[in-house]
Design a protein around this ligand. Structure first.
Ligand code: GDP
Length: 369
Protein backbone atom coordinates (compact mmCIF):
# COMPACT_ATOMS: atom_id res chain seq x y z
CA UNK A 1 0.00 0.00 0.00
CA UNK A 2 0.87 3.66 -0.11
CA UNK A 3 3.57 4.88 2.28
CA UNK A 4 3.59 8.25 4.00
CA UNK A 5 6.63 9.22 6.05
CA UNK A 6 6.20 11.37 9.16
CA UNK A 7 9.10 13.79 9.60
CA UNK A 8 9.74 16.90 11.66
CA UNK A 9 12.11 18.40 14.18
CA UNK A 10 12.37 16.79 17.61
CA UNK A 11 9.58 17.55 20.11
CA UNK A 12 6.97 18.68 17.60
CA UNK A 13 4.60 15.76 18.27
CA UNK A 14 5.64 13.16 15.67
CA UNK A 15 5.57 10.13 17.94
CA UNK A 16 2.38 11.28 19.61
CA UNK A 17 0.73 11.47 16.19
CA UNK A 18 2.29 8.24 14.98
CA UNK A 19 1.18 6.33 18.08
CA UNK A 20 -2.35 7.64 17.70
CA UNK A 21 -2.30 6.45 14.10
CA UNK A 22 -1.05 3.01 15.13
CA UNK A 23 -3.59 2.62 17.96
CA UNK A 24 -6.31 3.62 15.56
CA UNK A 25 -4.97 1.10 13.04
CA UNK A 26 -4.94 -1.66 15.68
CA UNK A 27 -8.59 -1.02 16.40
CA UNK A 28 -9.25 -1.74 12.73
CA UNK A 29 -6.69 -4.52 12.47
CA UNK A 30 -9.31 -7.28 12.40
CA UNK A 31 -10.13 -6.11 8.89
CA UNK A 32 -6.61 -6.53 7.65
CA UNK A 33 -5.25 -9.77 6.33
CA UNK A 34 -1.78 -8.23 6.63
CA UNK A 35 -1.48 -6.60 10.00
CA UNK A 36 2.20 -7.25 10.65
CA UNK A 37 3.25 -3.88 11.94
CA UNK A 38 6.93 -3.03 12.28
CA UNK A 39 7.85 -0.82 15.23
CA UNK A 40 7.92 2.32 13.12
CA UNK A 41 5.28 1.38 10.56
CA UNK A 42 1.55 1.68 11.21
CA UNK A 43 -1.27 0.71 8.88
CA UNK A 44 -4.42 2.75 8.87
CA UNK A 45 -7.71 2.29 7.08
CA UNK A 46 -8.95 4.99 4.72
CA UNK A 47 -12.43 5.91 5.98
CA UNK A 48 -15.00 5.59 3.21
CA UNK A 49 -18.75 5.40 3.88
CA UNK A 50 -19.34 3.80 0.46
CA UNK A 51 -17.59 0.63 1.59
CA UNK A 52 -20.27 -0.42 4.08
CA UNK A 53 -23.09 0.52 1.72
CA UNK A 54 -21.68 -1.82 -0.94
CA UNK A 55 -20.86 -4.49 1.59
CA UNK A 56 -24.46 -4.48 2.89
CA UNK A 57 -25.93 -4.61 -0.60
CA UNK A 58 -23.70 -7.52 -1.60
CA UNK A 59 -24.19 -9.24 1.79
CA UNK A 60 -20.42 -9.57 1.97
CA UNK A 61 -18.85 -11.54 4.80
CA UNK A 62 -16.42 -8.70 5.35
CA UNK A 63 -15.56 -5.20 4.22
CA UNK A 64 -11.91 -4.35 3.66
CA UNK A 65 -10.99 -0.68 3.48
CA UNK A 66 -8.10 0.78 1.51
CA UNK A 67 -5.08 1.49 3.68
CA UNK A 68 -2.13 3.79 4.06
CA UNK A 69 1.13 2.95 5.80
CA UNK A 70 2.51 5.61 8.08
CA UNK A 71 6.23 5.45 8.75
CA UNK A 72 7.75 7.29 11.69
CA UNK A 73 11.03 8.78 10.51
CA UNK A 74 12.54 10.32 13.62
CA UNK A 75 15.88 12.04 13.73
CA UNK A 76 15.75 14.53 10.91
CA UNK A 77 17.65 17.46 12.39
CA UNK A 78 19.67 20.39 11.17
CA UNK A 79 22.80 19.08 9.47
CA UNK A 80 21.35 15.68 8.60
CA UNK A 81 22.33 16.03 4.93
CA UNK A 82 25.95 16.61 5.99
CA UNK A 83 25.83 13.81 8.55
CA UNK A 84 28.14 10.88 8.00
CA UNK A 85 26.05 8.06 9.33
CA UNK A 86 22.77 8.69 11.05
CA UNK A 87 21.51 11.73 9.15
CA UNK A 88 21.97 10.02 5.83
CA UNK A 89 20.17 6.97 7.08
CA UNK A 90 17.09 9.03 7.90
CA UNK A 91 17.21 10.67 4.53
CA UNK A 92 17.39 7.30 2.83
CA UNK A 93 14.23 6.23 4.71
CA UNK A 94 12.50 9.25 3.25
CA UNK A 95 13.54 8.13 -0.24
CA UNK A 96 11.33 5.07 0.17
CA UNK A 97 8.05 6.83 0.93
CA UNK A 98 5.46 8.11 -1.54
CA UNK A 99 4.68 11.27 0.37
CA UNK A 100 6.02 13.25 3.29
CA UNK A 101 4.04 14.49 6.25
CA UNK A 102 5.96 17.15 8.10
CA UNK A 103 4.65 17.76 11.58
CA UNK A 104 5.06 21.44 12.44
CA UNK A 105 4.69 22.55 16.02
CA UNK A 106 2.00 25.20 16.41
CA UNK A 107 1.22 24.62 20.08
CA UNK A 108 2.73 26.62 22.91
CA UNK A 109 3.77 24.67 25.99
CA UNK A 110 6.58 25.82 28.23
CA UNK A 111 7.01 22.29 29.54
CA UNK A 112 7.91 20.98 26.08
CA UNK A 113 11.28 22.28 24.98
CA UNK A 114 11.56 23.51 21.42
CA UNK A 115 14.91 22.75 19.77
CA UNK A 116 15.25 26.39 18.70
CA UNK A 117 13.97 27.89 21.91
CA UNK A 118 10.63 29.11 20.55
CA UNK A 119 7.70 27.98 18.42
CA UNK A 120 8.58 29.16 14.94
CA UNK A 121 6.95 27.22 12.09
CA UNK A 122 8.73 29.10 9.33
CA UNK A 123 12.13 28.32 10.75
CA UNK A 124 11.14 24.65 11.33
CA UNK A 125 9.94 24.31 7.76
CA UNK A 126 13.05 26.04 6.38
CA UNK A 127 15.38 23.78 8.36
CA UNK A 128 13.80 20.59 7.07
CA UNK A 129 13.45 21.92 3.52
CA UNK A 130 17.10 22.85 3.43
CA UNK A 131 18.14 19.35 4.51
CA UNK A 132 16.03 17.82 1.77
CA UNK A 133 17.37 20.32 -0.78
CA UNK A 134 21.00 19.66 0.21
CA UNK A 135 20.50 15.94 -0.01
CA UNK A 136 18.96 16.24 -3.50
CA UNK A 137 21.72 18.57 -4.68
CA UNK A 138 24.29 16.04 -3.54
CA UNK A 139 22.52 13.24 -5.42
CA UNK A 140 22.22 15.33 -8.56
CA UNK A 141 25.89 16.40 -8.56
CA UNK A 142 26.95 12.78 -8.33
CA UNK A 143 24.59 11.71 -11.04
CA UNK A 144 25.58 14.53 -13.41
CA UNK A 145 29.24 13.57 -12.95
CA UNK A 146 28.42 10.02 -13.85
CA UNK A 147 26.41 11.06 -16.88
CA UNK A 148 29.35 13.14 -18.07
CA UNK A 149 31.63 10.10 -18.01
CA UNK A 150 29.39 7.34 -19.32
CA UNK A 151 28.09 7.59 -22.87
CA UNK A 152 24.87 5.83 -23.83
CA UNK A 153 25.53 2.93 -26.17
CA UNK A 154 22.56 3.20 -28.48
CA UNK A 155 20.52 6.20 -29.61
CA UNK A 156 17.61 5.19 -27.38
CA UNK A 157 19.60 5.36 -24.17
CA UNK A 158 21.37 8.48 -25.40
CA UNK A 159 17.99 10.16 -25.81
CA UNK A 160 17.06 9.21 -22.29
CA UNK A 161 20.35 10.42 -20.86
CA UNK A 162 19.96 13.75 -22.62
CA UNK A 163 16.51 14.16 -21.14
CA UNK A 164 17.80 13.24 -17.70
CA UNK A 165 20.73 15.66 -17.93
CA UNK A 166 18.55 18.52 -19.09
CA UNK A 167 15.99 17.88 -16.35
CA UNK A 168 18.67 17.59 -13.66
CA UNK A 169 20.34 20.84 -14.73
CA UNK A 170 17.03 22.67 -14.35
CA UNK A 171 16.21 20.99 -11.04
CA UNK A 172 19.67 21.90 -9.79
CA UNK A 173 19.06 25.58 -10.50
CA UNK A 174 15.75 25.48 -8.64
CA UNK A 175 17.35 23.73 -5.66
CA UNK A 176 20.17 26.25 -5.53
CA UNK A 177 17.42 28.83 -5.28
CA UNK A 178 15.94 26.91 -2.32
CA UNK A 179 12.99 25.65 -4.38
CA UNK A 180 11.83 22.01 -4.42
CA UNK A 181 12.32 19.76 -7.45
CA UNK A 182 8.55 19.41 -7.79
CA UNK A 183 8.34 23.12 -8.68
CA UNK A 184 10.19 22.43 -11.95
CA UNK A 185 8.03 21.70 -14.98
CA UNK A 186 9.13 18.45 -16.62
CA UNK A 187 7.87 16.48 -19.60
CA UNK A 188 6.59 12.96 -18.94
CA UNK A 189 9.73 11.62 -20.59
CA UNK A 190 11.94 13.70 -18.32
CA UNK A 191 9.97 12.67 -15.25
CA UNK A 192 10.52 9.05 -16.18
CA UNK A 193 14.25 9.68 -16.75
CA UNK A 194 14.87 11.18 -13.29
CA UNK A 195 12.51 8.87 -11.38
CA UNK A 196 15.25 6.43 -10.39
CA UNK A 197 16.91 9.11 -8.23
CA UNK A 198 13.88 9.23 -5.88
CA UNK A 199 14.53 12.92 -5.22
CA UNK A 200 13.21 13.95 -1.82
CA UNK A 201 11.91 17.34 -2.90
CA UNK A 202 10.00 15.69 -5.76
CA UNK A 203 7.73 13.97 -3.28
CA UNK A 204 4.46 15.63 -2.36
CA UNK A 205 4.60 17.11 1.11
CA UNK A 206 1.80 17.85 3.53
CA UNK A 207 2.37 20.14 6.48
CA UNK A 208 0.63 18.86 9.57
CA UNK A 209 0.12 21.83 11.84
CA UNK A 210 0.01 20.37 15.35
CA UNK A 211 -2.21 22.60 17.46
CA UNK A 212 -3.32 22.70 21.07
CA UNK A 213 -6.62 21.18 22.20
CA UNK A 214 -8.09 24.65 22.51
CA UNK A 215 -7.40 25.38 18.84
CA UNK A 216 -8.95 22.34 17.13
CA UNK A 217 -12.35 23.97 16.68
CA UNK A 218 -10.98 27.03 14.93
CA UNK A 219 -7.32 26.52 14.02
CA UNK A 220 -7.30 29.48 11.60
CA UNK A 221 -7.20 31.88 14.52
CA UNK A 222 -3.77 30.58 15.60
CA UNK A 223 -1.12 32.88 14.04
CA UNK A 224 1.35 29.96 13.71
CA UNK A 225 -1.22 28.05 11.66
CA UNK A 226 -1.75 31.09 9.47
CA UNK A 227 1.95 31.20 8.80
CA UNK A 228 2.06 27.50 7.88
CA UNK A 229 -0.92 28.06 5.59
CA UNK A 230 0.82 30.73 3.58
CA UNK A 231 4.07 28.73 3.43
CA UNK A 232 2.20 25.65 2.26
CA UNK A 233 0.65 27.47 -0.65
CA UNK A 234 3.97 29.11 -1.51
CA UNK A 235 5.69 25.69 -1.56
CA UNK A 236 2.82 24.02 -3.45
CA UNK A 237 2.11 21.73 -0.55
CA UNK A 238 -0.86 20.49 1.38
CA UNK A 239 -1.91 21.51 4.87
CA UNK A 240 -3.81 19.73 7.59
CA UNK A 241 -4.34 20.95 11.12
CA UNK A 242 -4.57 18.35 13.82
CA UNK A 243 -3.97 18.05 17.53
CA UNK A 244 -1.71 15.08 18.10
CA UNK A 245 -2.58 15.28 21.78
CA UNK A 246 -6.30 15.04 21.09
CA UNK A 247 -5.83 12.14 18.68
CA UNK A 248 -3.73 10.39 21.27
CA UNK A 249 -6.38 10.89 23.99
CA UNK A 250 -9.13 9.70 21.63
CA UNK A 251 -7.44 6.33 21.17
CA UNK A 252 -7.55 5.83 24.92
CA UNK A 253 -11.27 6.45 25.25
CA UNK A 254 -13.95 3.82 24.80
CA UNK A 255 -15.73 4.54 21.53
CA UNK A 256 -18.96 5.76 23.16
CA UNK A 257 -17.06 8.51 24.98
CA UNK A 258 -15.20 9.75 21.91
CA UNK A 259 -18.10 11.65 20.37
CA UNK A 260 -18.73 13.41 23.65
CA UNK A 261 -15.08 14.39 23.97
CA UNK A 262 -14.98 15.69 20.39
CA UNK A 263 -18.15 17.68 21.00
CA UNK A 264 -16.64 19.24 24.10
CA UNK A 265 -13.81 20.49 21.87
CA UNK A 266 -16.28 21.85 19.35
CA UNK A 267 -15.60 19.40 16.50
CA UNK A 268 -17.59 16.55 15.02
CA UNK A 269 -14.90 14.11 13.98
CA UNK A 270 -11.35 13.05 14.69
CA UNK A 271 -8.60 14.76 12.67
CA UNK A 272 -7.13 11.47 11.48
CA UNK A 273 -9.80 11.05 8.83
CA UNK A 274 -8.97 14.48 7.52
CA UNK A 275 -5.25 13.71 7.48
CA UNK A 276 -5.81 10.48 5.58
CA UNK A 277 -8.13 12.07 3.05
CA UNK A 278 -5.69 14.94 2.48
CA UNK A 279 -2.86 12.47 1.92
CA UNK A 280 -5.06 10.62 -0.51
CA UNK A 281 -6.15 13.60 -2.56
CA UNK A 282 -2.75 15.28 -2.63
CA UNK A 283 -1.30 12.16 -4.18
CA UNK A 284 -3.99 12.06 -6.84
CA UNK A 285 -5.29 8.74 -5.58
CA UNK A 286 -8.55 7.14 -6.57
CA UNK A 287 -10.61 4.31 -5.13
CA UNK A 288 -12.38 1.53 -6.95
CA UNK A 289 -14.24 -1.38 -5.41
CA UNK A 290 -14.69 -5.08 -5.84
CA UNK A 291 -17.84 -6.38 -4.22
CA UNK A 292 -19.15 -9.91 -3.79
CA UNK A 293 -20.42 -12.34 -1.19
CA UNK A 294 -16.97 -13.11 0.14
CA UNK A 295 -15.89 -9.51 0.55
CA UNK A 296 -16.26 -5.92 -0.49
CA UNK A 297 -12.94 -4.25 -0.85
CA UNK A 298 -11.66 -0.76 -1.62
CA UNK A 299 -8.56 -0.57 -3.82
CA UNK A 300 -6.22 2.36 -4.21
CA UNK A 301 -5.02 3.44 -7.65
CA UNK A 302 -3.47 6.51 -9.20
CA UNK A 303 -5.68 8.86 -11.18
CA UNK A 304 -5.51 7.93 -14.87
CA UNK A 305 -4.80 4.23 -14.43
CA UNK A 306 -6.27 1.91 -17.05
CA UNK A 307 -8.39 -1.14 -16.25
CA UNK A 308 -5.48 -3.62 -16.60
CA UNK A 309 -3.27 -1.44 -14.37
CA UNK A 310 -6.04 -1.25 -11.79
CA UNK A 311 -6.42 -5.03 -11.98
CA UNK A 312 -2.66 -5.30 -11.41
CA UNK A 313 -3.11 -3.68 -7.99
CA UNK A 314 -5.00 -6.84 -6.95
CA UNK A 315 -2.53 -9.23 -8.54
CA UNK A 316 0.05 -8.93 -11.27
CA UNK A 317 -1.51 -11.97 -13.02
CA UNK A 318 -4.75 -10.02 -13.36
CA UNK A 319 -2.87 -7.39 -15.34
CA UNK A 320 -0.94 -9.84 -17.51
CA UNK A 321 -3.98 -11.95 -18.38
CA UNK A 322 -6.47 -9.08 -18.55
CA UNK A 323 -9.34 -9.65 -20.99
CA UNK A 324 -12.12 -7.28 -20.02
CA UNK A 325 -13.58 -5.48 -17.03
CA UNK A 326 -17.24 -5.35 -16.16
CA UNK A 327 -17.87 -2.12 -14.40
CA UNK A 328 -20.66 -0.09 -12.88
CA UNK A 329 -20.46 3.34 -11.26
CA UNK A 330 -20.99 3.37 -7.48
CA UNK A 331 -24.22 5.40 -7.70
CA UNK A 332 -25.63 3.08 -10.35
CA UNK A 333 -24.77 0.05 -8.25
CA UNK A 334 -26.62 1.53 -5.28
CA UNK A 335 -29.68 2.34 -7.43
CA UNK A 336 -29.72 -1.15 -8.94
CA UNK A 337 -29.02 -2.84 -5.60
CA UNK A 338 -26.72 -5.57 -6.87
CA UNK A 339 -24.33 -6.48 -9.63
CA UNK A 340 -26.91 -8.83 -11.17
CA UNK A 341 -29.61 -6.15 -11.11
CA UNK A 342 -27.19 -3.63 -12.60
CA UNK A 343 -26.52 -6.10 -15.41
CA UNK A 344 -30.24 -6.56 -16.08
CA UNK A 345 -30.77 -2.82 -16.20
CA UNK A 346 -27.90 -2.38 -18.62
CA UNK A 347 -25.92 -0.34 -16.09
CA UNK A 348 -23.03 -2.77 -16.06
CA UNK A 349 -20.62 -1.91 -18.87
CA UNK A 350 -18.02 -4.09 -20.48
CA UNK A 351 -14.75 -2.18 -20.80
CA UNK A 352 -11.49 -3.00 -22.58
CA UNK A 353 -7.82 -2.44 -21.86
CA UNK A 354 -7.87 1.30 -22.61
CA UNK A 355 -10.62 2.11 -20.13
CA UNK A 356 -9.54 4.70 -17.54
CA UNK A 357 -10.93 3.58 -14.20
CA UNK A 358 -13.18 6.21 -12.60
CA UNK A 359 -13.50 7.14 -8.95
CA UNK A 360 -15.97 4.78 -7.27
CA UNK A 361 -16.20 2.21 -10.06
CA UNK A 362 -17.30 -1.22 -8.90
CA UNK A 363 -15.36 -3.70 -11.00
CA UNK A 364 -15.25 -7.33 -11.96
CA UNK A 365 -12.23 -8.45 -13.95
CA UNK A 366 -12.13 -11.16 -16.59
CA UNK A 367 -8.68 -12.56 -17.13
CA UNK A 368 -6.71 -15.55 -18.43
CA UNK A 369 -4.58 -17.47 -16.01
P1 GDP B 1 8.57 14.11 18.64
O1 GDP B 1 9.93 14.29 19.22
O2 GDP B 1 8.34 15.04 17.49
O3 GDP B 1 8.23 12.71 18.31
O4 GDP B 1 7.55 14.66 19.76
P2 GDP B 1 6.65 13.83 20.77
O5 GDP B 1 5.46 13.28 20.09
O6 GDP B 1 7.48 12.92 21.58
O7 GDP B 1 6.13 15.04 21.67
C1 GDP B 1 7.01 15.79 22.45
C2 GDP B 1 6.26 16.32 23.67
O8 GDP B 1 5.25 17.22 23.25
C3 GDP B 1 5.55 15.22 24.44
O9 GDP B 1 5.72 15.49 25.81
C4 GDP B 1 4.09 15.37 24.02
O10 GDP B 1 3.22 14.97 25.04
C5 GDP B 1 3.98 16.85 23.75
N1 GDP B 1 2.95 17.15 22.77
C6 GDP B 1 2.75 16.58 21.54
N2 GDP B 1 1.69 17.13 20.93
C7 GDP B 1 1.20 18.08 21.77
C8 GDP B 1 0.10 18.99 21.72
O11 GDP B 1 -0.68 19.04 20.74
N3 GDP B 1 -0.05 19.82 22.81
C9 GDP B 1 0.79 19.79 23.88
N4 GDP B 1 0.59 20.64 24.90
N5 GDP B 1 1.81 18.93 23.97
C10 GDP B 1 2.03 18.09 22.95
Amino acid sequence: SLRAGIVGLPNVGKSTLFNAVVENGKAQAANFPFCTIEPNVGIVAVPDPRLNVLSDLSKSQRAVPASIEFVDIAGLVKGASQGEGLGNKFLSHIREVDSILQVVRCFEDNDVIHVNGKVDPKSDIDVINLELVFSDLDQIEKRLDKLKKGKGKDSQSKLKEDAERSALERIKLALMDGKPARSVTLTDFEKEAVKHLCLLTMKPIIYVANVAESDVADPGTNPHVKEVMSLASELQSGLVTISAQVESELTELPSEERTEYLQSLGVSESGLGNLIRATYSLLGLRTYFTSGEKETKAWTILAGMTAPQAAGVIHSDFEKGFIRAETVAYDDFVVAGSLAAAREKGLLRSEGKDYIVQEGDVMLFRFNV
